[in-house]
Design a protein around this ligand. Structure first.
Ligand code: FES
Length: 154
């Protein structure tokens, strides 16, 4: 028996839900089951509706991630612009983690996603809410150096 998706058809409620999920994620760093329940309770929605929506969007994290959550796109446009593979390989070497993992110090986590809705900037990746396009390995190195430095200064 499959899981039935509980979709939310009211556009106003959906907009409120997306905002509430975004705020909860900002506050806690990820959307724990407790956070989803709290959002559902506040908006008068079922936990299924809230979880379905949260799991649909790549911007929401349903598991704890690193302080800097790196999402590399492997969608078609990015594939045609060189693909995620060289970028992911570089990040794996540089960070010492595989996709789906978080560095031991909790600074970085890595994930492969389908499309970041920035196909004109392919190949692209996101780090938390920031989008980076037309990526080159040198750009990635500079970004990681900067974020690593910020994590140390914190
Ligand atoms: S396919 Fe990569 S951003 Fe759309």
């Amino acid at each position: 028996m499959g899981v039935k998706l509980q979709t939310l058809t009211d556009p106003k409620k959906r907009a409120m839900l997306l905002s509430a999920l975004y705020i909860a994620q900002e506050q806690f760093g990820w959307l724990s089951p407790e956070a989803l329940e709290r959002v559902a309770g506040r908006l008068g929605l079922s936990i299924g509706q809230v979880r379905s929506t949260a799991s649909f969007y790549t911007m929401f994290r349903l598991e704890p991630k690193g302080r800097y959550h790196v999402q590399v796109c492997e969608g078609l446009s990015c594939y045609l612009a060189g693909g995620a593979e060289p970028i992911v390989d570089h990040l794996v070497r540089r960070l010492g983690i595989r996709p789906g993992e978080t560095t031991k110090d909790g600074t970085f986590s890595l994930e492969i996603v389908q499309c970041l809705a920035a196909c004109d900037l392919s190949p692209g990746m996101k780090i938390n809410d920031e989008l980076y396009g037309c990526l080159k390995l040198e750009t990635i190195d500079a970004l990681l150096d900067d974020l690593t430095q910020r994590a140390v200064e914190r």
